[in-house]
Design a protein around this ligand. Sequence first.
Ligand SMILES: C[S@@+](CC[C@H](N)C(=O)[O-])C[C@H]1O[C@@H](n2cnc3c(N)ncnc32)[C@H](O)[C@@H]1O
Length: 301
Amino acid sequence: METVIAQVPLTDAELKLLQTLIYQECGMYFDERRAHFLKDRLQRRLKTCQLDSFYAYYRLLTSREGKQELALLLENLTVNETSFFRNKPQLDLLQKTVLEDLLHRKQERRDWTMRVWSAGCSTGQEPYSVAMLFCDALAYYYLRNPLPFEVPSPKPLIPPPWKLEVLASDMSYAALRTAQEGAYSETHMEPVDYTTRLRYFEKAGDKYAVKHALKELVQFDFHNLKTEFLPRRNDIILCRNVMIYFDEAEQKRLIEKFWHCLNPGGYLFVGHAESLFGLSTKFRMVHENNGTAYQRLEAAT
Ligand SMILES: C[S@@+](CC[C@H](N)C(=O)[O-])C[C@H]1O[C@@H](n2cnc3c(N)ncnc32)[C@H](O)[C@@H]1O
């Protein structure tokens, strides 16, 4: 017989208090469509904490002792869905147009460092995909424009003098741990083709582990996008499928922060179902073969 667990009643006032707290902490906004998900997660956390009212739970979350529970609640509210090479047309645009443009401009200025930030990286497939695309783009670039000196053999993934720094951040510690581990099941590897697996992965038990040389290009860190202090001087920012969970005011604030976190002429990538339309005039849209990116405009300072 199925056991029915009694649910603790959640009043409208308590729900509002909790919704506001969550919004203030991380920008996530639960409209009517997602209220059911929020209520379900709140019930589960309340049960784990063995509390008998949501007001008591709210008091815990706002207390000094409740910091850890607050982080756990936020983590339980995140949607971590991701995949390697997600939104292929957009990544083709990144590799073929955006990286080409940045490589040319940087080489002219003799600036050899490329900084990419994957904001809301979940379990790591996005930043690792970008690192692989960058290594391939650079190899192809040098096939056509050979370096004036011998590159040591075996060729490093990033030939000198270039340097790639991929910062990957999230506010879910569980997702960051998986990302840092960098070992993926056959199901997760489905979008990764045969040659890419050979070049960047090695078999570890029944999983595929990201090779050390690629792994060391990516640095994982905790960042809550709601905060003011975010990593600056990026050439590319990917914040895909994160802003859909924010309301319009928070989206506007975040895009403004991204503008400041990009180098002049840098590019922002948002998710397939997201756009900057109506949210900012400080970017130029670049659209090619179903892929979209937004380039920071300078006149708008
Ligand atoms: C659906 S996943 C997207 C992953 C990846 N960017 C992609 O498109 O495949 C959304 C991620 O955003 C993170 N996230 C949500 N709100 C955040 C915030 N305020 N600060 C940092 N990360 C956040 C979640 O933890 C989750 O891992």
